[in-house]
Design a protein around this ligand. Sequence first.
Ligand SMILES: Nc1nc2c(ncn2[C@@H]2O[C@H](COP(=O)(O)OP(=O)(O)O)[C@@H](O)[C@H]2O)c(=O)[nH]1
Ligand SMILES: Nc1ncnc2c1ncn2[C@@H]1O[C@H](COP(=O)(O)OP(=O)(O)O)[C@@H](O)[C@H]1O
Length: 396
Amino acid sequence: MGEAPAFFVDDLQQVFSNGFDPKPKVSESETIVGDKTYAIGEAHEGLALSTRIFYKSTGEWVIPTVLGTKPEAGKGHSAVLVNEDRILIIKRGSTPEDCIWFLEVDTEFVREQRKILGTEVVAWSRGVIGDANKPIVISGPSGVGKGTLISKLMKEFPSMFGFSVSHTTRAPRNQEINGVHYHFTERSVMEKEIKDGKFLEFANVHGNLYGTSLEAVEVVADAGKRCILDIDVQGARSVRASSLEAIFIFICPPSFEELEKRLRARGTETEEQIQKRLRNAKAELEQGQSSGLFDHILVNDDLDKCYENLKKLLDLDGNVADTFSKPSSKLVELPIDHVVLKIDEKVVISCRTQELEKASKNLIVLDVSSLKGGAPGRTRGLKMRDSFSDVMNGIS
Ligand SMILES: Nc1nc2c(ncn2[C@@H]2O[C@H](COP(=O)(O)OP(=O)(O)O)[C@@H](O)[C@H]2O)c(=O)[nH]1
Ligand SMILES: Nc1ncnc2c1ncn2[C@@H]1O[C@H](COP(=O)(O)OP(=O)(O)O)[C@@H](O)[C@H]1O
């Protein structure tokens, strides 16, 4: 049988009596991960959960850079370390959509961000039961028709898809709206935000800085929609290395001449900019088609045909209606009072009840063996069972 590595503490101020944090916490949990102790605190209902780390070897407290949307404090929480790389937070008496969170402390994404930022880093993501639809990354050379295809998809399925609005330092084109097509930004501002860990990925493209903020992806996920990212090949590579689990699609032109024709016909760039985009297109086409980075390659010759193929690979062919896809699996409803225990790959949540005979009916079992992705936004793949026999059958 297993261990209970996490505990729940009320009125903890006396535990941290070293003067580091004079403000009394409503509650705070501590989770030990190797040499570090992660203290997650709730000061007041509605405020974001706070995180600080105690280094046993040096006896120091450190405030990390916290990435992602933080959960709001409520009526306390339980914390349990899973897979050695993330802390599962179960909020007491919270709504089904808001009760399961992960604080990533040593995932690939966090390790990567630690290298980039040169600071201690943790990242929040919300736990999702089952496998919600993966985000879609679309890449391809300038002028190939990415924007056109994405617009068609968003127009036909407005409730299903949401566009990740990138930041860029390039000037807006005539029809482009700030906050809709891009967040048009000063380079110095964007560089500062990159340093502050606000970006999932960024790249220099055609002489300008482009990047996907964590928020851009989270806003779409929070609206319950499937996120579409229009980013270059370098960006696709960064996303592939991150823990955002996505489908990667590369769009090719039927020929280089046709690409040049489309770019000129669009009439949005100067001759110098067109030349730069065409030079870059050669490298992008080589990398996109040969790197194994992309799951699918689509040739955009006839627009309608290409659009049909895009829909086919997203399982949208046939009579798929534009419906808001609610998570199909059952959501967790937790009473305020519960106890959490980790047994192998299962987290058992025992909801307290007065009547002993009902005890077995008040167990919720979360299977954390196949978690996918993570920050930014969502950790998918949590499985849930809700009877005692399931626990016994699942754990030998
Ligand atoms: N890495 C990265 N690339 C981006 C991002 N947003 C846009 N891009 C890419 O930047 C390139 C230039 O985009 P844009 O200036 O809109 O020109 P267009 O491709 O000719 O329409 C395209 O390859 C986009 O896919 C982003 O957030 N990150
Ligand atoms: N299959 C196609 N055949 C002909 N023209 C196309 C096709 N797809 C897109 N276009 C046109 O090519 C130009 C570039 O398309 P756009 O969507 O802006 O490309 P991207 O976003 O990849 O830079 C636009 O003027 C668009 O109307």
